[in-house]
Design a protein around this ligand. Sequence first.
Ligand code: AQP
Length: 332
Amino acid sequence: MSDAARTYLSGIQPSGLLHLGNYFGAIERHVALQERPGRHYYFIADYHALTTVHDAELLRRNVFETAVAYLALGLDPERAVLFRQSDVPEVTEIAWLLACVTGMGLLERAHSYKDKVARGIKPSVGLFTYPVLMAADILAYDSELVPVGRDQVQHVEMTQDMATRFNETFGSRVFVRPEMLMPETAAARKVPGLDGQKMSKSYGNDLWIFESGKKLRKRVNRIVTDSRPPEEPKDPDELFLFDLLALFLPPDELEGLRDAVRRGGPGAPGYGDLKARLAEAIEERFAPARARREELLAHPERVEEVLSAGGAEARRKATEVRDRAYRACGLR
Ligand code: AQP
């Protein structure tokens, strides 16, 4: 089957303000995908964010900011359903059904759980069972294509396993087995944070999409570099600063800077020059979206309208799938 008229689904956790990794690894693609015929569901994963955010006001603010970011960056509610995960409580019911056919071993192998615990996040039961809820989110809408970053591949594989296991256990074809859509560009696969590790909301190494002015320059100046002087020739491939520059600069300019750094000598750009150029390019790239964000902030009721309508539509679909699953396993 072609990708025509298929069902797409993806989500983002409102565990903080959205960063460049969320944009290039997710939102930019979601906005591009809405051009394709089919159904598009994008949700704000507030149940998931509860695994790390334990401040009610902060969570509410993050949910609102995530919706504003999606809309300001181009998601069109006429073509895509944007909704809050918690407006569809049926996903927690589906998660329970999946949990009952999922072996502990499968969850014990989850990289993201291990990474988060290694980074000092307290391992709650919710964090451990996160992939089950994520599977329910995907399966609740009969999603066929799931745009994901490389870090999410294992979660979609687990979803495929859970769908197959449920269907085999109950001798039915309740759940549609989803496929993943990987990013097309290498740069989008892993956007590095200020420390060179994966940019992440919870690691304190992120750059907020809408940051600007002095704050942005200060933040960009925190990108970790070394103490080598500009004249010393360097291999640009070893500098993750160039991975960030590659997301913003036109190819000619990028190649020119890479050459100059490789050659070194008098007049070669130093880390400070490269960072200043990066800050300028980020500011310029997101200027139109920043202006749209300001407009939306002035009309929060419009954002709420989009989320409520999206939630109602998503819930209709999830209820149909939940009922199908209940009937198959004997709960109806
Ligand atoms: N650094 C990144 N590079 C490329 N893609 C990224 N994504 C996140 N960080 C990067 C993509 O953004 C989507 C939504 O991510 P999420 O917020 O739901 O979860 P996450 O990947 O766990 O993002 P964070 O910022 O690291 O959140 P926390 O710190 O709360 O866990 C995904 O498609 C992801 O690939």
